[in-house]
Ligand binder design. Structure first.
Ligand code: GLC
Length: 742
């Protein structure tokens, strides 16, 4: 291994000639020539992604001490989780110069919502409904990663979610398929930029294929029960959107589907993903999800794992050694056809040619990577994205925004006021020390407010002393700003909760502060919907701030002082209590629906101890101004196959501030050959209106927007009447009719 200072000199001298753009035919010719020279062991080597000691791991640790030896033998295709640029260079140099065929290695990592500049967690960003913003964010993420040795990120994560007990909802885009498709597309376009040869893009891997977000009881890695119909209707379109956007890789999920683990589910990988969606890129397992098939009890041993996975169409095994230990043996015993190996290796080598690794194995290895990270420009972008991810859930008597000229006094209370632990899970290589706290953000706003701070309690504990201190400084102020929520380690992978409540210590702090009869403005820090019944009763205002990352405090202060009006809208319903889960906007009516106009009717699908609907609904979010909807119009009330209609409404800003409004388009089929949701998002447009300004917002509705898998599993509309809705949330809209005639 080369000495460090020599390495650094070599890295500084890496040449970066443009990567030639080749046709698929040209690439496959080169791949074919290379495969013809490869031994069976070298081919199998292209199907193994290893971790490396000290790398960020997300599952059981494996012995990676033999990695360098494996690289020299051409038995490793990719490494995951590395960030030391000298180490990355050295390992790549070993692969290129010391292995027999010099096949370069793919360096991969989970750069989900930022490399060094940390953007809000995905669930937060999804609430912006701003696809251009998300695409631009992904471009920034790709740029920082491309300067740091990363060739591939395991993103976008497109799991549909309806259960906030699951810790990974923070990584998702919420409960709606249509929105998930739009965000998947924006992410892939931002990461890959339709130019994988570029030095500014990185390859994307869409995950987790498929159904992982439906883990039973919200318990991570648990069993999934999903019909083929629901899988195709609600979970598959997001993957199709990513595939249609050119995503380079797909990752299989830990869970089973129809009782067969996805990692060796031939139907899902070969029939659905490859044949139905036309995906011909690389399929990679999740972290050790191959070895875990033994726990699923569908494989007796790792040799059977290797056989079942290669037959199912899995190309690369992530941090599992079943392939490297047994595939060659299985071929030599005649138990698998060597063509299965060749087809996988062909896809892997195509990927490496396509992203330019054969032309320049060091394309993403730069000296002084830090000079590309976290600058004023990326911070400003992160601040803007963070502002647009904050959802205002309540604002009684327009207590917000704060008046920076007033001489009022404000108490900042709670465990997140002066916390830099706001990156959220999956924060790449972002550092908490770079985060702006709420206290810092408030103090940088040069207001005349007198601001005092007391923590009041820890996330899960409270002391009489801390409580007394909080009460003392709050007794004589005009307003209290109280931060409540979960610590970031309570969200993310393997962080399921049986309760979505705010920790008791914080509720006690809120109860004590509410005795002071002063307006309380609550700021929420959380990666999942929380149970907010009590908070919604006692707070005058509630801002859902999630985990906003690097520019956390500045963005929150900007919204509090009205630098920008909150514009985000919820993409996941907030249940009234854990017992309601799952509760989501696009549910089904059932045969005994609750009838609002006859609430006491017996024997209905209701609870005896709770309302049916969530506390805060999908698509809901307040602004400092108000938007009035009127004049819904449709170009015609009947349409047939191949036709389209225009639906419009007038939106007026009737409040006292300028602001953005996310105008939403929903439909409901009044009758269909299968049960269909009571509401379906089919469009959204974000508009900006000055005070008093109005705008006609028009959507185009096509046959495909009205389609659904019918009783014969044909994706089509039917002769039926549709309700067409335009509004500011899934429960507040204008409505008109549209008859579809086959
Ligand atoms: C994890 C996650 C997956 C991630 C992978 C690599 O267990 O399930 O989302 O990309 O391992 O870190």
């Amino acid at each position: 291994m080369t000495k460090i200072n020599e390495l650094e000199k070599e890295i500084r001298n890496i040449k970066r000639d443009p990567i030639p753009k080749r046709t698929d035919e040209e690439i496959y010719k080169l791949v074919g020539e290379l495969i013809s020279k490869m031994t069976l062991e070298e081919k199998v080597g292209q199907m193994y992604q290893s971790s490396f000691e000290g790398a960020a791991i997300t599952g059981p640790e494996f012995d990676s001490s033999k990695v360098v030896d494996y690289i020299k033998k051409g038995r490793i295709s990719s490494l995951i989780g590395l960030s030391d640029i000298n180490q990355i260079y050295n390992l790549q140099k070993t692969a290129v110069e010391e292995s027999r065929l010099g096949i370069p290695i793919i360096f991969a990592h989970d750069i989900i919502h930022g490399y060094k500049t940390s953007f809000p967690v995905n669930l937060a960003m999804s609430c912006s409904f701003d696809m251009q913003m998300i695409e631009d964010m992904a471009k920034t993420l790709a740029f920082e990663s491309s300067r740091s040795g990363v060739n591939l990120t395991f993103s976008p994560m497109v799991d549909l979610v309806q259960d906030p007990r699951w810790g990974r909802v923070m990584e998702s885009y919420g409960e709606d398929t249509y929105l998930g498709c739009k965000i998947a597309e924006a992410y892939v376009k931002g990461l890959q930029q339709d130019d994988l040869e570029s030095y500014e893009s990185i390859a994307a891997c869409v995950k987790h294929y498929i159904g992982y977000g439906k883990s039973e009881a919200g318990r991570d890695y648990n069993t999934v029960e999903l019909s083929d119909r629901t899988m195709r209707q609600s979970y598959l379109p997001q993957f199709k959107a990513a595939v249609d956007a050119g995503v380079a890789m797909v990752m299989t999920s830990f869970n089973s589907f129809d009782s067969i683990p996805v990692t060796h589910n031939k139907y899902l990988i070969r029939d659905v993903l490859r044949n139905d969606l036309g995906f011909d890129g690389v399929v990679i397992s999740d972290y050790t999800s191959t070895n875990e098939l033994i726990y699923h009890k569908t494989c007796r041993d790792e040799k059977e794992v290797a056989k079942k996975c290669i037959v199912a169409g899995l190309d690369i095994e992530m941090v599992g050694e079943c392939y490297s230990d047994y595939l060659a043996e299985l071929v030599n015993e005649g138990r698998i056809n060597s063509e299965l190996i060749d087809e996988a290796v062909k896809r892997v080598l195509y990927f490496k040619y396509k992203i330019g690794l054969f032309d320049n194995p060091y394309k993403n290895i730069y000296s002084n990577s830090e000079k590309y990270w976290l600058n004023d420009k990326t911070r400003e972008k992160a601040r803007d994205v963070s502002r647009k991810s904050i959802v205002m859930l309540k604002n009684d008597n327009s207590i917000l925004p704060l008046n920076r000229e007033s001489k009022e006094s404000v108490a900042l209370i709670g465990p997140f006021v002066d916390s830099k632990e706001v990156l959220g899970p999956w924060s790449g290589f972002a550092e908490e020390r770079d985060c702006v706290t709420v206290l810092e953000g408030m103090n940088c706003q040069n207001s005349n407010l007198s601001i005092k701070y007391a923590k009041g309690c820890e996330v899960t504990t409270i002391s009489q002393e801390s409580l007394d201190e909080a009460i003392k400084i709050s007794e004589n102020v005009d307003k209290i700003i109280l931060t409540l929520g979960e610590h970031q380690v309570m969200s993310g992978e393997a962080k399921s909760r049986t309760s979505i409540s705010i920790p008791d210590a914080q509720i006690q702090l809120l109860e004590e502060l509410s005795q002071l009869n002063k307006p309380i403005i609550v700021l929420l820090f959380n990666g999942r919907p929380l149970e907010l019944n009590y908070v919604s009763e006692v707070a005058s205002a509630i801002l859902e701030t999630w985990y906003l990352g690097t520019e956390n405090g500045n963005a929150i202060a900007d919204i509090l002082f009205g630098v920008e009006s909150p514009s985000a809208k919820l993409t996941m319903s907030f249940p009234r209590n854990t017992g309601q889960i799952p509760v989501y906007y696009n549910s089904f009516q059932t045969g005994r629906p609750f009838l609002a106009n006859d609430p006491d009717l017996a024997y209905r699908s209701t609870y005896i101890d709770s309302a049916n609907d969530p506390l805060y609904k999908f698509g809901f979010g307040l602004s400092y101004t108000e938007f009035e909807y009127s004049n819904i119009k449709i170009s015609k009330n009947e349409m047939s196959k191949g036709e389209e209609v225009l639906v419009s409404a007038l939106v007026r800003n009737v409040g006292n501030y300028c602001g953005e409004e996310i105008v939403q388009l929903y439909i409901e089929a009044t009758c269909f050959s299968v049960i269909r949701p009571i509401n379906e998002l089919k469009g959204f447009k974000k508009i900006f209106l000055e005070k008093g300004e109005s705008q006609k917002v028009t959507f185009t509705l096509r046959e495909s927007d009205l389609a659904y898998y019918n009783c014969d599993m044909e994706y089509t509309p039917e002769n039926t009447l549709f309700k067409i809705r335009i509004g500011g949330s899934s429960v507040s809209y204008l409505e008109t009719d549209l008859k579809f005639n086959i």
